[in-house]
Write a protein that binds this ligand. Structure first.
Ligand SMILES: CC(C)(COP(=O)(O)OP(=O)(O)OC[C@H]1O[C@@H](n2cnc3c(N)ncnc32)[C@H](O)[C@@H]1OP(=O)(O)O)[C@@H](O)C(=O)NCCC(=O)NCCS
Length: 164
């Protein structure tokens, strides 16, 4: 399966809403409720991309829009960034998130002066923990009650990769 990135468009909002609204997205905090909310989010992302504080990509698999991936620069320590990704549940377990991590790292190495990449999946997000381990990230610890989804706090694992 060919996985590639393109810049998100405001017209992607409907597809993002469809992907992110699925109940299988147990450990993902971004749950847009309306098309307008997602359009506003995409507009804000465009602004943050111009300011070089966040970079977001639409993930395509064989040309079809199946997910999203992004990079958030740490505002206090700009040599550190956090990455994130999500994939339409119909396309899970085909290596798309793992390939997206490779593409994010390629973008980071070629475009941003980053020393350390972090990601903190919920401890029970088995699929995401597997993606980061497969991608060579090292577990540095557990962050208790780091992620709040609805009224529930989840423990997260801090994983990191040092580039140089
Ligand atoms: C987490 C997520 C991005 C993974 O995407 P994906 O494209 O399916 O990931 P990959 O196919 O690259 O790798 C997933 C790995 O986890 C494994 N896996 C998934 N669920 C599993 C489970 N319940 N138990 C054991 N292994 C599991 C897969 O078998 C695969 O490993 P393998 O290649 O060794 O077989 C996807 O499930 C998702 O979008 N979830 C909702 C959003 C989210 O949680 N994003 C991450 C926030 S940190």
């Amino acid at each position: 399966m060919k996985v590639e990135f393109r810049n998100p468009r405001i017209s992607d909002a409907k597809r993002y809403l469809e992907i992110l609204s699925h109940p299988n997205f147990t450990y993902f905090p971004a749950k847009p409720k309306t098309l307008k909310e997602e359009q506003d989010f995409l507009r804000m992302m465009k602004k943050l991309q111009k300011e070089k504080s966040q970079y977001n990509f639409a993930v395509l698999a064989n040309g079809k829009h199946v997910g999203g991936a992004g990079i958030k620069i740490n505002q206090q320590f700009p040599y550190i960034c956090e990455i994130g990704y999500f994939v339409d549940h119909k396309y899970w377990n085909k290596g798309i998130a793992t390939k997206s991590v490779q593409l994010l790292e390629k973008f980071i190495i070629e475009n941003i002066d980053i020393v350390r990449i972090e990601i903190a999946p919920a401890k029970d997000n088995i699929g995401s923990c597997k993606v980061v381990i497969k991608s060579g990230y090292k577990k540095e610890g557990t962050m208790k009650k780091y992620l709040k989804i609805g009224d529930v706090y989840h423990d997260c694992c801090l994983y990191a990769k040092v580039l140089r």
